[in-house]
Design a protein around this ligand. Structure first.
Ligand SMILES: Cc1ncc(COP(=O)(O)O)c(C=O)c1O
Length: 384
């Protein structure tokens, strides 16, 4: 059983795709929206008094509205960019201009480097101090009390992930945000891994800025940044004199990839139309099958044991290099990756070295039969 599998043309080749944390397959509506924009007569730029220009403006506004509906954000506070990494460098660069010696930034050792290095550089260049929070050593969740221990009244921003892209730990975004706000700090949340698995409502979570990537939630390769319009306006970003100073358009660096915006909007609509409890129920079953199935294989070591998690597992097989395990699974037409997946701090904390571990991550289109196939193939590798 899998959810809406027939909506994903990329899944028809017999491969079991456990590379969802690296990028999900695009949904049919996102593919159609790209084609429609490119070939449907609306291909233009903003600003002309003719229908294609007006339609191109509508494509942007519609994409912002759809993404805002998905994330519980203000449509006026939705910015698109080439990737989460590029957007985060831009935000951290703007924050850097507000910092000086005595100020403090907080990052975590659970995060993808895209939510660490930009802040590290901002601290280095501004003279601010950088504090690093470790996840719980056993569960690998980000514990609010461990974050609280690194906060003080000079903390300006706390950068952390809503969910880990390697061990799947889902963090308590609301609790961490409240702690940061209590000392007057702002939060920058990496929701790249969480967004396809957890229903997010940024307004009620109270986050200041949240970044994610549409290609992790069934859309195109496009980054998304969301926040209060007033905060986005306050940040001193580099921009052209001639480009718009108004609202989220102020963040545009050159002409937008409108066909990707159209696709991102369609992918967001797809997720909004799919009932979240249906996704959650199926993903809980997938997670249980992955954790119990792989956990029962002799010689397999699952890393981390978070209470709340996405269907993503990170594991090693005794006596086998992670890359060799991934190769063996690929020979069975099972797609997984091996390495650190840019979660450099975590890889170091776990003593994994450059080889990292194997990551298998499902999505709601994954079937339980595919999980059984994965477990059987890993068992064969572990027992040879
Ligand atoms: C948790 C997490 N954060 C950030 C990123 C970087 O996203 P992007 O590729 O859009 O820069 C990734 C990419 O895998 C990720 O998994």
């Amino acid at each position: 059983m899998a959810l809406n599998r027939d909506r994903f043309p990329g899944l028809c080749d017999g491969w079991a795709r456990f590379d969802a944390p690296g990028g999900t397959q695009p949904v049919d509506a996102a593919i159609a929206a790209t084609t429609e924009y490119l070939g449907g007569g609306a291909f233009a730029n903003y600003g002309g008094p003719f229908p294609a220009a007006r339609r191109t403006r509508e494509v942007t506004d519609r994409a912002r509205a759809s993404v805002a509906a998905l994330l519980g954000a203000d449509p006026e506070g939705v910015v698109f960019g080439p990737s989460m990494t590029a957007l985060t460098f831009r935000v951290a660069g703007a924050v850097e201009r507000t910092l000086g010696p005595g100020d403090q930034l907080v990052v975590t050792r659970l995060d993808h480097d895209a939510n660490v290095r930009p802040w590290e550089l901002a601290a280095e260049r501004s003279g601010a101090a950088l504090r690093v929070v470790d996840p719980d050593p056993v569960t690998l969740e980000l514990r609010p009390d461990l974050v609280a221990a690194e906060l003080c009244d000079r903390t300006r921003w706390v950068a952390f992930c809503a969910a880990s892209n390697v061990v799947g730990a889902v963090n308590d975004v609301r609790a961490i945000t409240e702690l940061a706000h209590a000392v007057g700090a702002r939060v920058y949340v990496d929701a790249v891994h969480a967004a396809p698995h957890v229903e997010l409502d940024l307004r009620s979570l109270g986050c200041d800025l949240v970044a994610c990537s549409a290609y992790k939630w069934y859309g195109p390769h496009l980054g998304v940044l969301c926040g209060a319009p007033a905060l986005l306006e306050e940040l001193a970003i580099d921009k052209l004199r001639a480009s718009s100073d108004a609202g989220a358009d102020r963040w545009d660096q050159g002409t937008q990839p409108f066909e990707l915006l159209a696709a991102a909007g369609a992918a967001a609509d797809y997720l909004v139309e799919t009932w979240w409890p249906q996704i959650t129920d199926h993903e809980v079953a997938l997670t249980r099958a992955l954790v119990e199935g792989l956990g029962a294989v002799s010689g397999v070591r699952l890393l981390g044991a978070p209470a709340r998690r996405t269907p993503t597992v990170f594991f090693t097989v005794d006596g086998e290099a992670p890359a060799a395990v991934a190769e063996r699974l690929a020979a069975e037409r099972i797609a997984v990756g091996a390495g650190s997946f840019y979660a450099l701090g975590l890889s170091e904390l776990l003593g994994l070295g450059a080889a990292g571990a194997v990551r298998a991550g499902a999505a709601h289109y994954t079937s339980l039969e595919e999980v059984e196939r994965l477990v059987a193939a890993v068992t064969a590798v572990a027992t040879r």
